[in-house]
Design a protein around this ligand. Structure first.
Ligand code: SF4
Length: 312
């Protein structure tokens, strides 16, 4: 991967360091939310473009590789590498996504499962995800798809047109881009959301909020509702637990609000990691001070409770 091609990537360092300190690792017994359709395919050739490749929407060429400008990881991807999200690759001097129209998860969910408690209540939402994520949370429940490349999962063939047609035929009022991380399948989400909007279907993103301003504002033009994870209110915790940073998420919250997207926020309470009441108080104060006093805030229970060692 682009990040891992350096001497030692932030993610590799965190994983090694934490595993050595406290035995923190993702456990094989975690149950992901996904299904493998009969007749799905697994492709392993690392560099090959396929029918689910599209040129990426936000990148620049640098001497060190194709620099992706979708999220703050800003991966500089060289031929033979992938971005940290595992689904950006380089071919012929261009950056491509390989997660376009090939979700590994397709489900009908109650909208409250997102969770969205104040948007199309009691409706069913057609929910999709491709493999890949731009963060690497040690507590991820969906790690079997989020920490994989689309080349490693069994995938549906569901281009944006077909996805929207399925939603219309199923009489869904909304489509949700969820489970893994829609920022990591940005191009597929954006194009699907544009078509869905034209068809009168609402778009919902369930996201870590780890995205640059320009792609986010573009996205907000067609996204109707979002549930954003505010995983903690500590840069250190973001670095150790998620391989990310806090400030870009706060900026995304402000942008969602400014752009008029219906917003709900989720804070996962992980005992000894994110349950510090002074940190939660600080988070709530920040939310109120920054105009989120009427934004629903969900506190989620960590489950299963035995996969992370207590923080030291
Ligand atoms: S979306 Fe983020 S993680 Fe993926 S390639 Fe682009 S900058 Fe890297």
């Amino acid at each position: 991967m682009a990040g891992r091609g350096r001497k030692i990537s932030k993610r590799a360092f965190i994983r090694k360091g934490l595993a050595g300190l406290g035995g923190l690792y993702l456990c094989q017994y975690w149950r992901p939310v996904f299904s493998m359709p009969a007749g799905g395919s697994v492709v392993t050739e690392a560099d090959k473009l396929w029918k689910w490749s599209r040129e990426a929407y936000h990148y620049i060429s640098t001497p060190r590789g194709m620099k992706c400008r979708i999220c703050p990881n800003e991966c500089e991807v060289k031929p033979g590498e992938t971005g940290d999200c595992r689904n950006k690759t380089v071919s012929g001097g261009k950056l491509y996504t390989i997660a376009y129209g090939n979700p590994c998860s397709v489900h009908a969910d109650p909208i409250e499962k997102k969770p969205l408690f104040h948007f199309l209540p009691a409706s069913s939402v057609l929910s999709i995800a491709t493999a890949g994520c731009n963060l690497a949370c040690l507590n991820c429940q969906n790690w079997e798809i989020s920490q994989k490349s689309p080349r490693e999962t069994r995938n549906y063939d569901l281009m944006p047109e077909k996805l929207v047609k399925s939603a219309i035929e199923g009489k869904y009022r909304s489509i949700s881009y969820t489970y893994s991380e829609p920022v990591a399948f940005y191009e597929y989400t954006l194009d699907s959301a544009r078509l869905a909007r034209q068809a009168g279907i609402k778009n919902v993103v369930v996201s870590n909020g780890y995205i640059h301003e320009k792609p986010l504002r573009e996205w907000c033009k067609v996204v109707d509702a979002a549930n954003i994870d505010l995983k903690s209110f500590s840069d250190d915790t973001y670095a150790m637990l998620n391989a990310g940073k806090l400030e870009p998420v706060l900026q995304s919250l402000r942008i969602y609000k400014e752009e008029g997207v219906w917003l709900e926020i989720t804070n996962l309470i992980i005992p000894t990691w994110t349950d510090d009441m002074s940190m939660i108080t600080q988070m709530c104060r920040w939310l109120v001070k920054n105009g989120f006093h009427d934004t629903p805030l969900h506190f989620s229970r960590f489950s299963p409770p035995t996969r992370l060692s207590p923080a030291q």
